[in-house]
Design a protein around this ligand. Structure first.
Ligand SMILES: [Zn+2]
Ligand SMILES: [Zn+2]
Ligand SMILES: [Zn+2]
Length: 356
């Protein structure tokens, strides 16, 4: 199998620059993974993406069939057997990623582990042009969705990685597009909430819908089952038989009855019960969480190149909270303003303050 690969790659590689084969993972720029068994393939690719030193490497998956989840972690999937044209196409895309990666400086040692991983995520998007980081539905996730690539890198439970992605969104390193809005528990922020209808009088869960019967003669109003006597209907209050609807009685509405306190009502009380932390709360108190798909922003592009995240220093706060401009942008505005002043001959004042 490997031999056949190499023969084909060798033929294709004539058109692609500096390509040589190695089995040493640390030296490899591209990882070619032949997957016959899905479980093995999934584990292997997860192991690769979990390691910072391999995370960015383009992975070309070669398989006899298309596996459902693996494309989230692999860059390209080639269905085997494939012709040379297909090989060439896939390898070209994979090499384009290598090319982008080669232009990047190594991550500075001073970055903490979390920051380094955030930069890796930005660099992943940077090296895959037009890459969209998409959430996948996952019922095991606390927020109902997971970003497999980021989750594997940070090695957290599904859903926990969303906070890291939100951090990058807040720093405006990612642009977003809304995919879903979730109701989450205000106490534990899980999405596993049971919405249920309660009796508004005694808050019992034990309610059911039943027709109301109104006996004209004695004015008794009760649920239909109270009147049933086999095939006949009898008023539980005055014991008279009810024969004709519209003459003896009518059924005004279908209403909800509470089994525990015997009240009837048309609007049940809606209540939320968190299946994770057992917190009970009103639906309007649920938090709304947005799930977005993301792309690299212009700022993110720069952060990926420079391997820096916006800090929490005074300048970042001024920029974020007060809309301060970057120095270069400010100088450009100043130049335009000075030009305008000269042109229309009006005086202007410029003050400079140094913050220490
Ligand atoms: Zn009740
Ligand atoms: Zn009656
Ligand atoms: Zn909860």
């Amino acid at each position: 199998m490997i031999y056949q690969f190499l023969v084909q790659i060798n033929r294709v590689r004539k058109d692609l620059d500096d390509f040589s084969h190695t089995t040493d993972l640390d030296k490899a720029d591209v990882i070619l993974l032949y997957v016959k068994n899905e479980a093995w393939g999934w584990n292997t690719i997860k192991t690769l993406r979990a390691q910072s030193q391999h995370f960015l490497k383009p992975i070309l998956l070669v398989a006899d069939q298309n596996f459902e989840n693996m494309p989230d972690l692999a860059d390209e999937v080639l269905i085997w057997p494939a012709d040379e044209e297909a090989w060439f196409q896939k390898l070209s895309r994979v090499f384009a990623i290598c090319h982008k990666l080669r232009g990047l400086a190594p991550l500075p040692e001073s970055l903490g582990e979390t920051s380094a991983k955030k930069i890796l995520v930005l660099r992943f998007l940077y090296s895959r042009e037009g890459y969209v980081l998409r959430p996948r539905r996952n019922f095991q996730s606390s927020v109902g969705y997971t970003f497999p690539l980021v989750q594997v890198l940070f090695q957290v439970e599904p859903g926990r990685e969303v906070a890291y992605i939100e951090g990058l969104q807040e720093a405006q390193l990612l642009t977003t597009r809304l995919v879903d809005k979730l109701n989450v528990c205000p106490r534990c922020e899980h999405t596993q909430i049971n919405y249920r209808e309660l009796c508004p009088h005694c808050h019992s869960l034990n309610i059911n819908e039943e027709a109301t019967v109104h006996h004209f003669r004695c004015a008794y109003v009760g649920r239909e089952s109270e009147f049933r006597r086999g095939v006949k209907m009898e008023c539980p209050k005055c014991k008279r038989e009810l024969r004709h609807i519209g003459v003896d009685y009518d059924k005004p509405v279908e209403v909800l009855w509470c089994v525990d306190c015997n009240h009837n009502f048309s609007e049940p009380q809606l209540s939320c019960f968190c299946l994770v932390c057992a917190h009970t709360f009103a639906p309007e108190d649920a938090f709304i969480k947005q799930i977005n798909e993301c792309e690299l922003s212009q700022e993110g592009y720069r952060a990926a190149e420079e391997a820096t995240l916006p800090g929490f220093g005074l300048l970042s706060i001024l920029k974020k909270e007060l809309g301060f401009y970057r120095r270069e942008v400010f100088i450009e505005y100043l130049r335009i303003e000075a030009f305008r002043c000269r042109r229309y001959r009006y005086p202007s004042t410029f003050a400079r303050v140094n913050l220490k």
